[in-house]
Write a new protein. Sequence first.
Length: 222
Amino acid sequence: MVKCRGCGLVYLNPRPAASDIDEAARTGMHKFGDQALNVIGSYSPRKVRLYANRLRELMPDQAQATGPYSWLDIGAGYGEMLSAAQEILPSGSRIAGIEPCEPKVQKAKALGIAVTATPLSKVEGTHTHLSLINVFSHLPDPVEFLRQLAGLLEVGGTLLVVTGNGGDIARDEFPGSLYLPDHLLFAGEANVKTAFERAGFEIIANKAIRILRRWIVHLSLP
């Protein structure tokens, strides 16, 4: 990992080829020299409770709203955010997720959670809510990815983002493992704001959370 002296972004250099990144995202196995990093993991009820509590704090009006809403979680993993959203959104809301990792999709389906392997480019229609939970650090081209999201979000809709602020902290504050090459970059707050603004979003709220130095941004299209 190297750090840009100009903007502070920390990024993997060199990074794997685009085809290798896509294959790793599909299988959950990231090649690192002669080794392979397994990021498949497992479904976490603890995450569901954490996400539900955070959503109640960030969007207290949603639970009482008449709705219904359409919520799409991008990089949904096993569907923990979807399970949390179901707890707070009004009845009749459409809640679904897309996830490139095939083992995670199959497990989510077995749990009865609406996660599919649909590519972002194949998603149809628009949504009142999009969520991007711990995905930003895995994006080869964040601005282009976010521009695609803009086309899926209703005007005035909400995009909820969770990501770390690794670009703002000193090297000795980083965790022992950076999970490379699964993570392609570690952004600071200014990096993330710049990426969203370049993609056409307006930042309407920013909340720092003292959990692994992660912060949450509440965004919407102007």
